[in-house]
Design a protein around this ligand. Structure first.
Ligand SMILES: *Cc1c(COP(=O)(O)O)cnc(C)c1O
Length: 395
């Protein structure tokens, strides 16, 4: 009997080591990792530059405290500000903590405007984390169930629906912010239209709301730009990051601009581990390697290749509703539940994930190359055709 709490229904495999997009289990079986620890292993496994940084940093300093200055944290904040256009960064250890910081910023911002009972607009099918405030912001009954009473102060609207947000703006004087994923990850890789995001920016300007983007899954190069909002061509007030930021070392970050960047004063917020030298050194190297190895371009090229090649391989498959990919965030939607594909893929030495019941999602390392992508497409298309009860066309 395991003494680990029963929070995940785990697949029956444990890995011993990895290299790039490959993982091995104790029996020596090799797996192609198309999930990257759910968008965490940005550089793949055991990237030599990251390994070197971690070893060197551990030999110097792992942790001091936020009651002292931390050079690595200063440097990382500079770098994040430069690539994002934001002014200031708060560091924590996970995505939900980054969103907690954003929610607390919105509440302080509200008080500064004289709004005593503030509300934040959030979306149906959103996922923002598992703490009480972030699960309350999350748009899934499954995530809420059993944890009531939920944290109040959230107003929920349909995703990608500007009119719904306008309605709220006209009717609710307590709203001070919008919290939204530009691409919904757990919700099924749903992309917001650029027009919608620009419209949100306009509404937020008009009503002096904070536009807070959760880019924890879609940010940091996955779509081919550092941040998805950079495609839409505006700056948000708050951006939250975590998953891929330090290549697997736990970290979270809440980036803010303007009034939002000035909301916290000493005593308002904090984190013991947040922004420690080890995590920040890991993040600095991760960002550096993304630039050196041109992984933003790679995400677009390899993502496009996967989309086109999968599209061709599954062109005649009935049961596939849509194949899309914005950079290395491909999704394959089916007309039926497809959860069993995860185990079938594992048996075939391929790591994928199913979300929102009917969507296969791939979140591989940004360093995945063409040849590895071809192997992914070959293996996955055979699995899918088999799952749908159809056979692969003869070559
Ligand atoms: C994973 C995720 C979170 C939560 O991050 P944790 O590190 O698990 O707390 C929040 N928002 C989005 C969009 C995510 O994908």
């Amino acid at each position: 009997m395991s003494h680990v709490m029963n929070t995940y229904s785990r697949l029956p495999v444990a890995f011993t080591h990895g290299q790039g997009v490959w993982l091995w289990d104790a029996q020596g079986k090799r797996y192609l990792d198309a999930l990257g620890g759910i968008a965490v292993n940005t550089l793949g496994h055991a990237h030599p530059k990251l390994v070197k940084t971690l070893a060197a940093q551990a030999g110097k300093l792992i942790h001091t405290s936020n009651i002292y200055q931390i050079t690595e944290q200063e440097n990382l904040a500079d770098k994040l500000a430069a690539i994002s256009g934001m002014d200031k960064v708060f560091f924590c250890n996970s995505g939900c903590e980054a969103n907690e910081a954003a929610i607390k910023i919105a509440r302080l911002y509200a008080k500064s405007k004289g709004v005593e009972n503030p509300a934040i607009v959030v979306m149906e099918k959103a996922f923002h984390g598992r703490t009480l405030a972030t699960l309350s912001a999350t748009g899934s009954r499954k995530v809420h169930a059993g944890f009531e009473p939920l944290v109040s102060g959230f107003v929920r609207v349909p995703y990608d629906d500007l009119e719904a947000v306008r309605q709220v703006a006209q009717n609710n004087r307590n709203v001070v912010a919008v919290l939204v994923e530009p691409i919904q990850g757990e919700g099924g890789i749903n992309l917001a239209h650029f027009e919608y995001l620009r419209g949100l920016r306009q509404i937020c300007d008009e009503y002096q709301w904070l536009l807070m983007l959760d880019e924890i899954q879609c940010g940091l190069g996955r779509t081919g730009k550092w941040f998805y909002y950079q495609y839409a061509g505006f700056l948000p007030d708050v951006v939250t990051l975590a998953k891929g930021l330090a290549g697997g070392v736990p970290i979270g970050a809440c980036l803010a601009k303007g009034a939002a960047a000035e909301a916290f004063k000493p005593g308002n917020h904090g984190s013991t581990f947040g922004g420690n030298p080890f995590a920040c050194a890991a993040a600095l190297t991760t960002l550096e390697v993304i630039e050196q190895e041109k992984l933003l371009d790679n995400a677009v090229k390899v993502g496009d290749f996967i989309r086109v090649a999968l599209g061709a391989a599954l062109a005649n498959a009935t049961g596939v509703v849509a194949i899309r990919a914005m950079g290395l965030m491909p999704r394959i939607e089916f007309d039926r539940p497809c959860a069993e594909l995860t185990q079938r893929a594992l048996d075939a030495g391929l790591l994928i994930n199913v979300t929102a019941d009917k969507v296969v999602r791939l979140l591989p390392a940004l360093s995945m190359n063409r040849d590895e992508a071809q192997q992914l497409v070959d293996r996955l298309s055979i699995l899918i055709l088999d799952f749908l009860g159809q056979t692969a066309p003869a070559h």
